[in-house]
Design a protein around this ligand. Structure first.
Ligand SMILES: Cc1ncc(COP(=O)(O)O)c(C=O)c1O
Length: 384
């Protein structure tokens, strides 16, 4: 029996009889998040206007320290929060004037790709888009393309439409930073899934992730580490950027903080940050870190694949699986099938067996999590 399941008792009970293989999309929340949600209400009730000082120093400070521990990032004050990644990315982009030259991939999440397409349509961005497949050569092709020099380089660590991961993030950043100063890593599918260590590259990149996925703290709390001595001046800037110490500037200039608050927006509901803190504190108490989670998920993935090999499924088999190195892969496995219709029909059949999956067009995704117990997987579940 997986002892970590007890931490998720409420979500597991509410979904009894189902195995949640869509955790890469919507992670179950540990029970402690309920208390955290209520704590926000209580604090608002007790502190009224004074809550902001408490939240912005105590709670945000705690979140910054806990996140820094997980990322091996040594400048906790250089972490900014926002309700979603879109807000953070568009704020960075607003720092540039004229047409922005961007290097990116063909596998970025809609939040970025839709915005990128609109910018391109408006003739505000000139993008070079590198296909992620074949993944074996991606890192080399992307690094080579970066030699040209861009205003912004944007790539995911783990790609949302496959689970494939950049092989050596340190090496990639090292290469890109030779000719590019604004590098954004979308870490949403890597954070608290693959072990991430920013000690060597944190000074050179914006690393963006959020609490909704592998932390399991729900929507509404994304964060970003900023490069060391970042002096970008986002045009899109909110008044929360005034609550930190500001740089000295001329009277007619807008001053920015020197820390992560440089990229702050405006008033937001910190309930989600309370939930994030509660989960990170729980993980600390239980000695749960990304290496432990990753090891658990790898066992689940291997056990799942063994079952599929056994049942010899016509579609869900290794020939259709998008994997390069199973030991260095995101926490979901993706089957690239013939059509969206086929994916939808398999998904429905799986659902009637209590197996909840999700898909992106003709790609069917199976996610694995700390709250999975692979001894509960069976041939019967996947025989559809
Ligand atoms: C790779 C990636 N980045 C970002 C996001 C979230 O984007 P946003 O916070 O802008 O909704 C997701 C959500 O699924 C994602 O998969």
């Amino acid at each position: 029996m997986n002892k970590y399941k007890s931490l998720y008792s409420k979500f597991l009970k509410a979904n009894e009889g189902k195995i949640h293989f869509a955790c890469h999309s919507h992670h179950y929340w540990p029970d402690c998040t309920r208390e955290a949600q209520l704590e926000y209400w209580e604090d608002s009730c007790k502190m009224i206007d004074n809550k902001w000082e408490y939240i912005l120093t105590e709670k945000v400070g705690t979140a910054q320290r806990l996140l820094s521990d997980h990322l091996n990032f040594n400048r906790p004050n250089d972490i900014t929060f926002a309700p979603n990644t879109h807000e953070l990315v568009t704020r960075i982009l607003s720092s540039f004037s004229g047409k922005i030259k961007i290097l990116t991939t063909d596998s970025e999440f809609y939040s970025f790709s839709r915005q990128l397409n609109r910018y391109i349509e408006a003739d505000l961005i000139d993008a070079t888009v590198i296909p992620t497949l074949p993944i074996e050569t991606f890192q080399e092709r992307f690094s080579k393309a970066s030699h040209e020099g861009f205003d912004v380089v944007f790539t995911s660590h783990v790609f949302f439409n496959s689970g494939l991961a950049i092989k050596d993030l340190n090496l990639l950043v090292e290469e890109i930073s030779k000719n590019n100063s604004t590098i954004i890593i979308d870490g949403y599918h890597g954070f608290m899934a693959l072990p991430v260590d920013l000690s060597k590259i944190g000074d050179k990149i914006f690393y963006i992730a959020g609490s909704y996925k592998y932390v399991g703290a729900g929507e509404g709390c994304c964060f970003m580490t900023i490069p060391k001595n970042c002096n970008l001046r986002p045009l899109n800037t909110g008044w929360f950027a005034e609550v930190s110490t500001l740089e000295n500037v001329n009277d007619n200039e807008v001053a920015y903080p020197k820390d992560g608050m440089r990229f702050a927006g405006s008033t937001l509901d910190y309930t989600a940050l309370y939930r994030l803190v509660s989960v990170l504190e729980l993980f600390k108490e239980e000695n749960i870190n990304s290496s432990l989670i990753h090891k658990h998920v790898q066992e689940c993935q291997k056990s799942f694949l063994k079952i599929l090999d056994k049942i010899n499924h016509p579609h869900l088999n290794r020939n259709n699986l998008l994997v390069d190195d199973i030991d260095h892969h995101g926490h979901f496995l993706t089957f690239n099938l013939e059509s969206t219709e086929l994916v939808n029909s398999i998904r429905e059949k799986l659902e009637s067996n209590g197996v909840l999956t999700d898909s992106r067009k003709n790609r069917l995704r199976f996610g694995f999590s700390l709250y999975h117990d692979h001894t509960e997987y069976s041939e019967k579940l996947f025989t559809v």
